[in-house]
Structure formats: C-alpha cells, structure tokens
Design a protein around this ligand. Sequence first.
Ligand code: SAM
Length: 239
Amino acid sequence: MSWLASVITLFPEMFPGPLGQSLAGRALEDGVWSIRTHDLRAHGLGRHRAVDDTPFGGGAGMVMRPDVVDAAIGAATEGLDLPLVYLTPRGRRLEQADIRRFAAGPGVALLCGRYEGVDERVLEARAVEQYSIGDFVLSGGETAALVLLDACVRLLPGVMGSEQSGVEESFSDGLLEYPLYTRPAEWQGRAVPPVLLSGHHAQVEAWRKQQAEDATRVRRPDLWAAYADRTPQRNGLPV
Ligand code: SAM
C-alpha cells in the first residue's frame, strides 16, 4: 500500500501541481505515494452548491459550513485510518518532527480552507489537528497542503537519492544546516573555505558544526535556545 494523501479542497485541479514533477513526481508515478482529491463543492447545498455562509457575530468574509465540511471529511476518510489535518494560521507551527510523524504513518488527510476559514464545531467534532506553515496568511490551504506533502513525500523510503541527505539537513539535529559549496573552488574572487579542500574529515565535521551553530544562534534564537538547553555548555557555549 502506498502512502496516501487524501485532500479535501474547493480546487482539486491544484493537485498534485508541482508535486507531479521531479522527485515527488517520480515517486508518484512509481506508486510510492498516491493522492486522492475530494471536491468540497460536491457536498455543497442547494442549486448553487453553497459551501459557506456569513459569520455569526458579524464581520467580514464568509465561513465554511460545518455540515458541508463534515460530509466532505466523511467521504475523504471513509475506511481509512489517517491523521486529519486542517491547515490554518491558527494552528500549531508545522515542524520537521510533525512531518516525520506523518511520513512514518499510512498517509494524511488534509482539509484546505478558503474564505475566512472553517466553522469551529466541525474541527472539534472530528478532532482535527490544526497546523500553520508560518506566521503569514495565504489565500487558501491548498498551497500549505502542497508544502506539507512535499516535506512528507521526500522522506518516504526510496524517494531521496541519498539516505544521508535526510539525516544531515536543517532541523535534523535541532540546528540549521551548515553552508554548502561546490565547484569552482574560486568564483568571482570568492574562495571556498580552505578546510573543505583539506581532506581532513574530522576538521570538516568540526567546521560544519561550528557554522551550523553560528547560523542558528544568529538567525533562529528560538531554535538556539532549545538546542543550548539540551546540549552540555562551557562558558555559555555548547561543547
Ligand atoms: N481568517 C483566517 C485567519 O485570520 O486566521 C485566514 C483565512 S485564509 C484567507 C484562508 C485559508 O487559507 C485558511 O482557512 C487556511 O486553510 C489557509 N491558510 C492561510 N494561511 C495559512 C497558513 N499560514 N498556514 C496554513 N494554512 C493557511
């Protein structure tokens, strides 16, 4: 059984979109993963197949109706035991650890919001996990779903060329990745750091760790604080 993405959306034609290309596209063709889309509109009400209504309490925009969303969730998850995720800026921030958990399971069901979002009651009733891909507002959940799926699919067995590339990348050890260099060794007067040409593996490793720590400390104080908390310290710096 391949890893399954079951996507509930008003725009099924947005899938697999960019995930039909490159690594994810090849894996899709090879059956490593599969995708089913469920058109919310098919569960809409009345002649116009309405899926939304005005918000109780007033305010701008429209809200996706709980009865319509519930029917779509029912169709998208029938006979399946998948985690059900709603992509929303109100959710917990999606992290690599969550991606690893989803990738290790049988797949994921994704609810893509539009308008102002989804009626809260259906999220409670269906025990939906809520995740945000960052502190900004997209026009719809489809691009967020594609982000989540891209991150999961590349972790599925056999998808990445080198198994090692999943082990050493950003977040794998709580740090950002070290900077990368390739040929030519000198470009526009900029030389590759000499240690990388030295052939001394231990020195290369030490340099990369230092670079990863420096980048994390400067760019992501939140990650740095968590890393420093669980790493032995000398003079306030990890050893
Ligand atoms: N009124 C909502 C709010 O302020 O939180 C924003 C609604 S947004 C215009 C429409 C849909 O885009 C959301 O229901 C959600 O599915 C998706 N979306 C927007 N930003 C997102 C983000 N940062 N992460 C995940 N999904 C997002």
